[in-house]
Design a protein around this ligand. Structure first.
Ligand code: HEM
Ligand code: HEM
Length: 206
């Protein structure tokens, strides 16, 4: 098997992700938490507050969609993925990449189903600071379908993020490798101090 790991002869420890990737990654996490928090609260507060929360939910969802689209473009065109930790098989690496693209897919689909739900309700709605006029005639079955997809995709998304986060924490606390610190600003500082970055040739994107 070709050695695709970071500890091939002549190589030092795993380099961290670049600052833009880190910024986009953690900003997306904050937005996702906000989306679930607003969605959970909408049905539990009085109507004026629910309308305001739904406006925040829609607007932040559109921001999150844009952020994920930019992130995907960045991943495909400019981002350098650090070499995987030692001992990982090709299949494991392929699985990790597929699960990451799965997260992109779920997060790009989720706002679309929410938007479809909103549009098929056939009513004017608030988004950001604007009042958006109704664009489609009311279609209850389509709105219902979009709403169901929005809920199931949200469950899938929550499960996928949980697996992803648990895997990252397991790398850190059980396997004690550099996967988690590679996505943290502290990992960059540590790497810069030890001069590792210049000595590793990160894998081009795959
Ligand atoms: C990644 C982004 C998003 C996540 C994780 C998310 C998640 C959720 C969840 C979990 C619910 C609760 C479903 C329920 O129990 O009824 C919900 C409701 C809803 N979402 Fe989203 N959503 C996102 C983006 C959007 C966007 C961009 C829009 C519209 C532009 C939107 C529109 C709605 C609407 C209309 C509801 C129903 C609220 C109600 O009437 O109770 N969502 N969302
Ligand atoms: C507590 C929550 C999270 C933790 C601890 C975490 C941790 C990590 C770590 C350590 C990596 C680097 C993996 C590697 O070296 O190959 C990573 C990458 C990645 N994470 Fe997360 N993550 C979390 C939440 C999320 C969320 C909410 C998303 C979805 C928006 C996400 C999407 C990704 C993607 C797509 C990558 C691959 C790098 C990229 O394309 O930007 N993560 N994550």
């Amino acid at each position: 098997m070709t050695d695709m790991t970071n500890d091939a002869p002549g190589r030092l420890a795993r380099p961290p992700f670049d600052p833009l990737t880190m910024l986009l990654h953690w900003a997306a996490l904050l937005l996702v938490i906000g989306q679930f928090a607003t969605a959970w609260s909408i049905d539990r507060v009085a109507p004026p507050m629910a309308v305001a929360l739904l406006t925040v939910h829609r607007s932040a969802g559109v921001v999150l969609w844009t952020l994920m689209a930019l992130r995907l473009v960045w991943r495909i065109t400019g981002m350098r993925i650090p070499p995987p930790p030692s001992g990982m098989t090709r299949w494991h690496i392929a699985g990790v990449h597929m699960s990451e693209y799965g997260l992109y897919a779920l997060l790009l689909v989720q706002p679309l189903t929410g938007m479809a739900d909103t549009l098929f309700r056939g009513r004017a709605f608030n988004m950001f600071i604007w009042r958006v006029p109704a664009m489609l005639t009311r279609n209850r079955p389509y709105a219902g379908l979009a709403h169901t997809l929005h809920i199931y995709n949200a469950y899938l998304l929550a499960a996928a993020i949980a697996v992803h986060a648990i895997a990252a924490l397991a790398h850190h606390f059980v396997l004690k490798d550099q996967v988690l610190v590679g996505m943290l600003p502290t990992g960059r500082r540590r790497s810069a101090r030890s001069g590792r970055q210049t000595e590793i040739d990160p894998q081009p994107n795959s």
